[in-house]
Design a binder for this molecule. Sequence first.
Ligand code: PRP
Ligand code: URA
Length: 209
Amino acid sequence: MSKVIVMDHPLIKHKLTFIRDKNTGPKEFRELVKEVATLMAYEVTRELPLEEIEIETPLVKTKSQVIAGKKLGLVPILRAGLGMVEGMLDLLPAAKVGHIGLYRDPETLQPVEYFCKLPYDAVERELILLDPMLATGGSAKAAIDFLKKRGIEHIKLVCLIAAPEGIKVINDAHPDVDIYVGEVDEKLNDHAYIVPGLGDAGDRLFGTK
Ligand code: PRP
Ligand code: URA
């Protein structure tokens, strides 16, 4: 079963309040999304394995810990996931970045992948999939399907806001994928928008409509 890790941190809650506020314009919205992504990077890396190495301080030889295990990759779902990349890279500067773009076919309503460019060694990495919104879960589920088809096994999903419906979809389809989320909202409305939510994340990030 997917673990759902809700980041119960006052800074994240504070910043999410202003991200949600409809009077927050694109400049401030982008800055806040970046800042929350950095805070989330701290939480999503909490369980990274460590190994001891030997070093010499100016005084003595000693053993000290460094990150071990798989290298990391960030994969934003286009377009709104882009808003989280820079903030994550502030804390994880060595991570490689892939991109995945999806649209929904108007006739079949099935997600179609229109772009996917991943690090050449993606299968050896732990990938952190980024999207501010987990609404119906359709986009994130499809993105995870596409990553797994390419042989990628270690995936975490990081979202600012999730609806219970989206969490269930990921949990049912990909129980091995843990979900890191800033806050879980009440529900989806009739247009599959998260309520109370923040509106359309891509439009608010990029000032489009
Ligand atoms: C938004 C959001 C997610 C998706 C969530 O993207 O960034 O990718 O909707 O909805 P779902 O869980 O119901 O699939 P959108 O498709 O609006 O594209 P955009 O990022 O280009 O704005
Ligand atoms: N996509 C968004 O950007 N916002 C929502 O509330 C739902 C899907």
